[in-house]
Design a protein around this ligand. Sequence first.
Ligand code: SAM
Length: 164
Amino acid sequence: MVRLNEIRAGEIAVAEPQQFDAGLIYIGRVHTPWTDRLACPRQGRSDGPLCRIELFEPWVAALDGLEAYARIEVLYWLDASRRDLVRQSPADDGTTRGTFALRSPVRPNPIGTSVATLIGIAGNILTVRGLDCLDGTPLLDLKPDRSLFTPIAPPQHGDFQTDD
Ligand code: SAM
């Protein structure tokens, strides 16, 4: 499913739930060169074009310290996606796979993640490379790349005991 509402041979759609279990807030917006899903890369690349991430208030104060990381995880809401396919045919060749075996934007909660190279932060604007989303895609979260991140207090053996 690349084109909106296209169903390919073998793909299976289900009825979408009538109510939601959680609320999200858009904390910013991603600005990229791509306005058409067909032109958008399937995955971002570290040598991809410069993109801008605009953070909204009151969340700008939450950027403090992020500049220390060369790579960041960017989570965004793939807002133009349908959400009801359980089997998909990425190659449109009649073969299908389960949605959770794919990184397709079509999923029950269309969250996209990319590890982006952080070029710089100026005020509420981050400049990065490595994104793959449409211009204007809503931003959900930013985190240091987990491979660069050292937890403050690494868990010790036995920290997570359970009753059973
Ligand atoms: N890197 C993310 C991931 O793996 O979670 C997203 C991968 S997804 C295959 C990227 C594709 O999603 C793009 O090629 C484009 O077709 C589509 N896409 C990008 N922005 C979108 C948006 N705002 N809404 C719906 N689809 C979008």
